[in-house]
Design a protein around this ligand. Sequence first.
Ligand code: NI
Length: 170
Amino acid sequence: MAKLKVYEYPHPVLKQKAEKVAVVDDELRRLFDDMLETMYAENGCGLAAPQVGILKRMVVIDIAREGEKPAPIFMANPEIVWASDEYEVCEEGCLSVPEMRAEVERPARVKIRYLDYDGQECELAAEDFLAVAAQHELDHLDGILYIDHLSRLKRQMLLKKYKKSQKTRA
Ligand code: NI
């Protein structure tokens, strides 16, 4: 396995739409493994392939807390097939927008159809933080970041703070 470079906002790859995969073969399983290793190394709970510069519709998620048994979920070609009418607000962050967090409103529950690590078609009913993480990661496949869901004013404020923090990091 290998740790990959995570691209950060405003890198243009994050705004692009990812392509469906044909089949989940050994090469893509290696990519899944590398994405998972990268996500764990960065202390993230989700990572989408465009964040490591690969425009394929692939996502890894693990919302297990520290001390809990790892519970990785691998998704290729994920699609939301149902979303609740009820919405919930949750604070989100993103490895591609480091050190920032903001509240985003999304459907509280979703059903997602996808191909798993073995290429089998699966359906996942997600609620609570898993629903948030899944919707956040699926957005990445269409070039959408969580900050795109904020009001213009909130996004501007966040990006101002972000630019400052990027300068201190550099
Ligand atoms: Ni993200």
